[in-house]
Design a protein around this ligand. Structure first.
Ligand code: TI1
Ligand code: ZN
Length: 304
């Protein structure tokens, strides 16, 4: 029996229809995408609500991925492909290692697991408990957040603690916005399925969801690796200030350059300001309005 790349279809977490890059072998279909250039494979697994990784290939008998239990698999696979395409088409980066590394996701991790993460090798998504979250792969900004951790790990290597950790989190949120620019909200598509209009975080209004948005309100804590999900509100607000003044197209070039050229494992907020200013100068000139907008964005959050 011949093995072949195939096109399947199915429904995502929000019951949205989509086509899928799949693979058929011996009469079974796999969420295994071989369509990317330079052999960058994208593959999706299920942990079947266990906690061992990667678990089992997500499979289907007829390439029609329509079961409710397959929705998280469908979105993890489709959205990983979208994030791959973004980094390739916008930044000419071939996967998170810029060398065609296989992008692996596992869904249905754990039981009622209200989170998603990059474990150093792959992306992992819980199904949520149905109240705080629904399946987290159902949001493109979540998938972009997690895959950006992989890019960060292979470039700046920002240590996941205190200010460098808050920057690590912020860059994941900011690229989550670049993938899902309809609003400045984070996770809104999968957060509190019973409540509309809310989100886990907001780039434009961090304080609405309990985050500081000025250095004067930096939270000194040892919990959550030094408050990485709290203090990310400060660089997130600076990013909102930047994007709203210079636009997405320029902002994403500046953010990608800072992440891949200037930031280091121990960079703090002040260094991130300098890295973004240098990137703006490199790309648009040191006296440019773009440069001045980045400067104003960080002045406004009290980081110099
Ligand atoms: C397992 C240990 C914790 C890992 C934290 C991962 S990287 C993370 O930051 N996950 C995101 C998921 C996300 C992303 C965008 C939008 C919504 C939700 C996150 O923010 N997790 C929150 C719930 C947290 O860990 O506090
Ligand atoms: Zn994260």
């Amino acid at each position: 029996v011949t093995d072949a790349a195939t096109t399947g279809s199915g429904y995502g977490v929000l019951d949205d229809y989509k086509t899928l890059n799949t693979y058929s072998s011996n009469g079974t279909y796999y969420l295994y995408d071989v369509t990317k250039p330079m052999n960058g494979v994208i593959e999706t697994f299920t942990a079947q609500n266990g906690s061992s990784l990667p678990g089992y290939y997500s499979v289907d008998s007829n390439n029609s991925w329509t079961a409710y239990s397959q929705a998280a698999d469908v979105d993890a696979h489709a959205y990983a492909g979208k994030v791959y395409d973004y980094y390739k088409n916008t930044h000419n980066r071939n996967s998170f290692d810029n060398n065609g590394a296989t992008i692996r996701s596992t869904v249905h991790y754990g039981s009622n697991y209200n989170n998603a993460f990059w474990n150093g090798s792959q992306m992992v998504y819980g199904d949520g408990d149905g109240s705080t979250f629904t399946s987290l792969s159902g949001a493109l900004d979540v998938v972009a957040h997690e895959l950006t951790h992989a890019v960060t790990e292979r470039t700046a290597g920002l240590q996941y603690q205190y200010q460098s950790g808050a920057l690590n989190e912020s860059f994941s949120d900011v690229f989550g916005y670049f993938l899902d620019p309809g609003d400045y909200l984070m996770g809104e598509d999968v957060y509190t399925p019973g409540i509309s209009g809310d989100a886990l975080r907001s780039l434009s209004n961090p304080s609405k969801y309990g985050q500081p948005e000025h250095m004067n309100n930096y939270v000194n804590t040892s919990s959550d690796n030094g408050g990485v999900h709290t203090n990310s509100g400060i660089p997130n607000k600076a990013a909102y200030n930047t994007i709203s003044s210079i636009g997405k197209a320029k902002a994403e070039k500046i953010y990608y350059r800072a992440l891949t050229v200037y930031l280091t494992p121990t960079s703090n907020f002040s260094y991130a300001r300098a890295a973004l200013l240098q990137s703006a100068a490199d790309l648009y000139g040191s006296g440019s309005s773009t440069y001045n907008s980045v400067k104003a964005a960080w002045d406004a959050v009290g980081v110099y």
